[in-house]
Ligand binder design. Structure first.
Ligand code: DX5
Ligand code: ZN
Length: 243
């Protein structure tokens, strides 16, 4: 079943010249998780940060570090990020030939294992490993950059995954990443997402704005869940999204 709504602030949108302060500020502002986007300039056309930066940030917050590896191959990076202090390590279904093995490797390192889906990847690509993951991350933009526009066709995928996760009876977090703002937070939560990853919307306006940013995202997500008029997404065809 859908779990408590959590806001995961993506530090990709933080001020990189003072990342430690930014992590403390967004955590103090109420963000539940810190989402760390790791890009390799190969799987995605951008380079960001490595395990050393995660290790440096770790003392700045006790909140869970949700590490999103946009890296291929992912396997060599599992242990370095585990040792750096990641709590959950998410790899892309498209990033390697042996997804099941990679997920086992993450769990072998003592961490929660997540799998991410690009917008063009169908739910069926991860159905065989749903019983092996702690988190599913639906990309609602093409990975590589912050500040992109939410791809509405991914709402059907979230809804389909919500149904599959509920049918499986295990607690699996359903996360959505990319273009999350006050409007799309409600749409995504309305179809079953329980983790909202937000970069631009979390860090807009500098530290004094962070508490309000996080509170508005949470309120929008909660309103989407309860179906406030104009917020909850229309039901979509689950079959169409799975195929
Ligand atoms: C994109 C990253 C996202 C990104 C989201 O590849 O995975 O986590 O930081 O940024 P916004 O919220 O600005 O779309
Ligand atoms: Zn991400």
């Amino acid at each position: 079943m859908q779990q408590g709504l959590r806001i995961a602030a993506s530090v990709l949108a933080a001020d990189f010249s003072r990342l430690g302060e930014e992590v403390r500020a967004i955590a103090d502002a109420g963000a539940d998780w810190l989402h760390v986007d790791v890009m390799d300039g190969h799987f995605v056309p951008n380079l960001t940060i490595g395990a050393g930066v995660v290790a440096a940030l770790r003392p700045h917050s006790t909140r869970p570090f949700d590490v999103h590896l946009m890296v291929t191959p992912p396997d060599p990076y599992v242990e370095p990020f585990a040792e750096a202090g990641a709590d959950c390590i998410t790899v892309h279904a498209e990033a390697g030939a042996h997804l099941h093995r990679t997920l086992q490797r993450i769990k072998g390192a003592g961490k929660r294992a997540g799998v991410a889906l690009n917008p063009a990847t169908p739910v069926s690509a991860i159905e065989p490993v749903l019983g092996d993951v702690d988190l599913v991350l639906v990309m609602s933009v093409n990975p590589g950059f912050g500040g992109q526009t939410f791809i509405a066709s991914q709402l059907g995928k979230i809804e389909a995954l919500r149904a599959l996760i509920d049918a499986g009876g295990r607690a699996v977090d359903l996360s959505v990443d990319g273009g999350i703002d006050e409007r799309t937070a409600g749409l995504a939560a309305g179809v079953g997402a329980d983790v909202l990853v937000a970069g631009s919307a979390s860090f807009a306006g500098g530290p004094s704005a962070y508490p309000g940013n996080v509170a508005r995202l949470r309120a929008a997500g909660e309103a989407g869940r309860t179906g406030s008029p104009g917020t909850r997404a229309r039901p979509r065809s689950i079959g169409a999204a799975v195929s």
